[in-house]
Design a protein. Structure first.
Length: 329
């Protein structure tokens, strides 16, 4: 059994990608060659995922993207409806309580619904509605939102963002700190009482951009019992001097994993959150990975790098499973 803490299944499905069919049967598009599908997740024994509600904001001269909270709300509701449809068709099972988590390999993936960028929550008072509809984790930002500074958009939590943090805490909804601007990251840790994670973030020491986590951030997340999912996007894996000169490999994934283990003193706070369908194709993945069905290959690379069987189990499944067992209400 494996756990992948970040996939944009619904976002891609509502844009027309046939994610219920094997990736090999899907047509490449502007994002590249598809690498994620429900059949490939089953073939890779990826039995638990975080499936996002991701709404693209209107950026620059773009034609598409939401401009208002109502538009973001409608787009996220459409994606949530897709997850509910897949559940009704027995393709997935949505996790609403810790008792829903898989204890062993299951036929269909189980999905923790994760809102990536909180603009669809029109006011903090709506938080309970999203919880009742199945959302169990929220990241306040992607780029900057009405609630927080985000990637490449520095800034603090806004007054509404502070209210939203408290509303999320009241329902024990998980805070996803991936994409938060540094000031917002530390401010959230100061005021939040609920569980924290970084579903798909890598190490700033290796890839020095604000999209990645600094060593201090990694230690802070670990001290709160959080887990960090390593992103498989090559731009986030390779040092700038090597990006564009070679393909990333699973050894690069292990480099980030090892760095987090060295900082925290154990292998209990790092796992995977591949984001394999996050706006790029298989061409941007480690060379050993073509689809989600190939994710078990990471075990061999970890073993060759000196990780024990127990540590490998933790990275591939155990750390996320234990985190969600104590964090999902």
């Amino acid at each position: 059994m494996l756990v992948d803490a970040h996939l944009d299944l619904a976002y891609n499905a509502v844009r027309g990608r046939a994610v219920t069919q094997p990736a090999s049967s899907q047509t490449p598009n502007e994002d590249g060659t598809p690498s994620v599908s429900l059949p490939d997740l089953r073939n890779g024994q990826v039995n638990l995922i975080c499936g996002t509600l991701f709404c693209m904001p209107h950026l620059g001269d773009a034609i598409t993207g939401y401009k208002t909270p109502d538009q973001a709300h409608a787009a996220a509701k459409q994606q949530l409806h897709w997850y509910h449809q897949q559940e009704q068709q027995n393709e997935i099972r949505i996790i609403r309580h810790a008792t829903d988590l898989p204890q062993q390999t299951s036929v269909n993936p189980r999905v923790i619904v994760l809102m990536e960028g909180a603009d669809p929550i029109r006011t903090p008072a709506e938080t309970a509605d999203w919880f009742n509809a199945g959302v169990r984790a929220v990241g306040l930002a992607w780029k900057q939102t009405r609630y927080a500074g985000g990637t490449a958009n520095p800034g603090p939590l806004t007054p509404d963002g502070i209210q939203l943090v408290h509303a999320l805490d009241a329902l024990h909804i998980i805070h996803d700190l991936s994409h938060l601007a540094e000031q917002s990251f530390w401010q959230l840790l100061d005021i939040a009482s609920g569980p924290v994670m970084a579903s798909h973030s890598n190490c700033r020491d290796i890839v020095p951009t604000d999209r990645q986590l600094s060593d201090d951030m990694i230690r802070a997340l670990a001290s709160r019992g959080g887990v960090i999912g390593i992103n498989f996007y090559d731009r986030f894996l390779l040092p700038p001097s090597e990006y564009g000169t070679r393909r990333a490999s699973l050894a690069d994934v292990v480099h980030h994993i090892q760095h987090i283990c060295d900082l925290t003193g154990n292998a209990n706070h790092v796992a995977i959150g591949t984001d394999m369908d996050g706006g790029f194709g298989a061409e941007c993945l480690p060379s050993e990975i073509r689809t989600s069905a190939d994710l078990p290959r990471l075990a061999d690379t970890l073993s060759a790098s000196g990780f024990t069987d127990a540590h490998i189990h933790n990275v591939l499944a155990g750390n996320w499973t234990q985190f969600f067992q104590r964090s999902v209400s």
